[in-house]
Design a protein around this ligand. Structure first.
Ligand code: ARG
Ligand code: ZN
Length: 474
């Protein structure tokens, strides 16, 4: 609002010069209206407006590309980094923030000109020498170094750069991306990425997207990766370790790169060989796989306690089960290609990925989704499954709790029961098609389901997504 008012003030100042403005061509007038003096403009907001993570993301600009050049020494755990962000101002800016936690910033330029910066918690506050015009594309280069470590999330779990005995397990949901690169750290702002990662030559560095190759010199190997489809910062990885690598291309032309810690290799092999068939099955159910690359990073990271659907290539803290493989793969559609607009909507990720597990079981000789549902429904009213409604977790501390996953999946099962299988699958496919490489909200999902089914589903969503306590017998 503040910004709009400033714009119109400046425009009326110009109009006040009457005769002069009347002779200025429209395009030039538009330029004048946005190219204010250096002091004009606003300071970009310190957060993207997320109700649970107030400082996550920033206002005033969008990032279109991150170029990350990293060197990690596994012995000393020292990281040197350079991040080049290509961004566009969405308002005229005298100042803007990046999210960056911990590491020391050793240099910062905006369009090659040294910029002032200060640190305040997770905010890296940048004051460019020249104010940025609304709509202006600009490039921020940050050089940094230090010993990265994870952040502790509101639920007590670790995320970010998590050192392991042979490297680092790198996962950023919901906050940890800022522990290893400066970012607009909210899923609302998606960008493409290039990674250049140098590690000791007996280690492998695995990131997202397509593997572009490696080069070894002086005892160090540099790996290059490219994630060309838009990605939220939390889905970026640069996991380092001693890995056994396997590469192949699927029948659908997807480039697979798997990296497996040898200590997990035996347990992993029997599950990971199903990856092509899992992706094929999910492509049949949800629509075409949204990325050109796929794979898995199976680490040996006993301190982590979870897997994450890092884009194209999920990272597992140990050998996954088939259902975990199905779950993280399903996130490629639900969560990665179609991103959250707000962490409050996390059931759009976790409820859907969990329901994918139920469907996979049903269609591969296991329990039917109805059986899984009934089993959960039989839990008593005081069970933590009913602690809160999935579309309203209440705080960032609850976003990975049972109601989000299991009751979220139950909500989808109830939707399926209400609209019938053909309509239900059409809804899932319409959702991933219409929001592909973009974002979605719970409200948008509800209206899409009503549109596709021609039914009023208010009561169903009210009961399963928003009502406190155990719903009455369906
Ligand atoms: N999205 C991950 C999954 O469903 C869970 C990530 C949990 N992260 C955390 N910091 N607790 O598999
Ligand atoms: Zn999940």
């Amino acid at each position: 609002m503040r910004h709009i008012r400033q714009q119109s003030t400046r425009r009326s100042a110009l109009l006040g010069r009457g005769a002069v403005v009347a002779t200025v061509p429209v395009a030039v007038a538009a330029l004048l209206a946005t190219a204010g003096p250096a002091a004009a403009g606003t300071t970009g907001a310190s957060g993207a407006g997320d109700p649970y993570f107030k400082l996550a993301g920033n206002g005033g600009y969008h990032v279109s590309h991150y170029g990350l050049t990293l060197a990690y020494d596994t012995a000393s755990r020292h990281l040197d980094g350079t991040a080049v962000l290509t961004a566009r101002a969405t308002e005229s800016l005298t100042r803007f923030d990046l999210d960056f936690e911990g590491l020391k910033v050793t240099g910062l330029t905006v369009d090659q000109v040294k910029a002032d910066f200060s640190r305040s918690g997770q905010e890296l506050v940048v004051t460019p020498r020249h104010a940025l015009r609304k709509g202006q594309e600009f490039r921020v280069t940050v050089t940094y170094s230090g010993t990265p470590g994870p952040v502790t999330d509101p639920d007590g779990s670790l995320d970010g750069w998590i050192p392991t005995d042979d490297g680092a397990f790198v996962a950023g949901e919901p906050q940890g991306a800022m522990t290893w690169f400066p970012a607009n750290n909210h899923p609302r702002d998606k960008a493409s990425y290039d990674f250049t990662i140098t590690v000791p030559e007996n280690r492998t560095a695995v990131a997202n997207g397509v593997y572009l190759g490696k080069r070894t010199a002086h005892g160090k190997t540099t790996y290059r990766w490219r994630q060309s489809e838009p990605m939220a910062a939390y889905l970026a990885t640069a996991t380092v370790g001693k890995f056994k690598v396997e590469q192949y291309t699927t029948r659908d032309g997807i480039k697979v790169y798997n990296a497996v810690d040898p200590r997990e290799a035996t347990d992993t092999a029997r599950v990971l060989k199903k990856l092509p068939s899992v992706l094929e099955w999910e492509s049949k159910v949800f629509g075409p796989y949204p990325f050109r690359a796929a794979g898995a990073i199976v680490d040996h990271a006993p301190d982590v306690g979870y897997a994450l659907e890092t884009q194209t290539r999920p990272v597992y803290d140990s050998a996954p089960s088939t259902s975990t493989l199905v779950h993280e793969s399903a996130h490629q559609w639900f969560g990665d290609s179609v991103s959250l607009t707000s962490w409050k909507d996390i059931w759009l990720n976790e409820g859907f990925a969990t329901y994918a597990e139920w469907l996979y079981s049903e269609q591969h000789g296991g329990d039917s989704a109805q059986e899984t549902f009934d089993d959960l429904y039989s839990r008593g009213a005081s069970d933590d499954l009913w602690d809160f409604p999935p579309a309203d977790p209440g705080s960032g501390a609850n976003i990975f709790d049972t109601p989000v996953y299991a009751r979220g999946a139950m909500a989808l099962h109830e939707l399926r029961t209400a609209v019938g299988d053909p309509t239900f699958y059409r809804i899932l496919r319409a959702w991933v098609t219409e929001h592909r490489a973009g974002h979605g909200t719970t409200a948008q999902f509800e209206s899409l389901a009503e549109r596709e089914s021609g039914k009023n589903l208010d009561k169903l969503f009210q009961t399963w997504l928003y009502s406190e306590g155990k719903p009455n017998k369906p």
